[in-house]
Structures are given as C-alpha cells and as structure tokens.
Design a protein around this ligand. Structure first.
Ligand code: ZN
Length: 166
C-alpha cells in the first residue's frame, strides 16, 4: 500500500542544499521550492516530488531522496538510476529560459520592424492584462512565453497602421 507523502518542499531543499548550488539552471535569485531543479521553470503548484532512487530499489522516503521537478523534467527523469547518474542528468538539463529567449528576441525584432514604440510595449508587458495571463497559467515560462508574444502582437496589431515616417 502506498503511504501518503509527508515530505515538505522546504525539507527537500534543506536536505539537498549542497547539490542546489551546483545546478546550472538555478541561480541565487530562484526559490528552489518553486523552481524546477532541472530546467529552471517556475510557478505556483508546478513542482512534483520526484524520487531520486525509487522505493523498489531501496530508495528511502526521506528528503534527500527527492528532487523537485516540473512535470516536463519528471517525465524525462531516468528510472532506476543511481543518485550519481540522476545528478549528472539534472546538471545536463536544457535551461527553460534559454529555450524561450529566442522567442523574446524575435518579438523585439517584430516590434521594431512594425514601428512599435518599445517603451509603450514594455509598459504593456508589465501591465495588468499580461500579469493576469501569467497568473492564470500553471507556470511562469512554459506556455507563458507564447501567451505574452501572442498578446503583445494582438495589442499592437490593433493599432492603426504604423507610420513609416516620423
Ligand atoms: Zn523542469
């Protein structure tokens, strides 16, 4: 029978403190109770407690035997591997932010090509409509990057044709 998990995120973080400082996709500003240790993806309710060594291979139900991972990383986590192999896998994960950075670059290029005032666009991105879209998403990076790009384009496409000459 499966026992209810009692291990809190904070306990898992404390037990793995030495490991966390060596992970490439977590930095000092990240809260490791809310940020995926694999890809740096973050958001409320996003993380799952992932066994490092599975119970059937002798892994204990204790904080040091868990990583906090997003669903994407949890799905790809190697099964039945040693802690050393799991840590190597964790350190080799692609950064979620790096993966989405090209979308932001392309959006900026699009805004400039369409003559949009970047200050105005910046103000819009920091505004309530975007914040509401981010809050309603389960994660701050996956999906949200696409949502923000779509909202910004929609917002500025609704403006009258951009003046070619100023
Ligand atoms: Zn992840």
């Amino acid at each position: 029978m499966r026992r209810a998990l009692r291990t809190h995120h904070e306990d898992i973080v404390a037990a793995n403190a030495g490991l966390l400082s060596t992970l490439p996709n977590l930095d000092d500003l990240d809260d490791p109770t809310r940020t995926c240790w694999g890809c740096g993806n973050s958001g409320r309710g996003l993380l799952t407690r992932a066994h490092v060594v599975p119970a059937r291979f002798g892994g204990r139900d204790e904080p040091v035997n868990y990583f906090l991972l997003c669903d994407f990383c949890h799905d790809e986590q190697p099964d039945a591997a040693s802690r050393e192999v799991q840590i190597e896998w964790l350190r080799g994960r692609e950064s979620c932010r790096a993966r989405h950075a090209p979308k932001v670059t392309r959006l900026l290029e699009w805004l400039q090509a369409n003559g949009v005032d970047l200050d105005e666009a910046n103000e819009y991105v920091r505004g309530s409509e975007i914040r509401a879209a981010i809050r309603s998403s389960s994660c701050s990076v996956h999906g949200v990057a696409d949502t923000v790009v779509a909202l910004v384009k929609q917002r500025f496409l609704r403006q009258p044709p951009f003046a070619a000459s100023t």
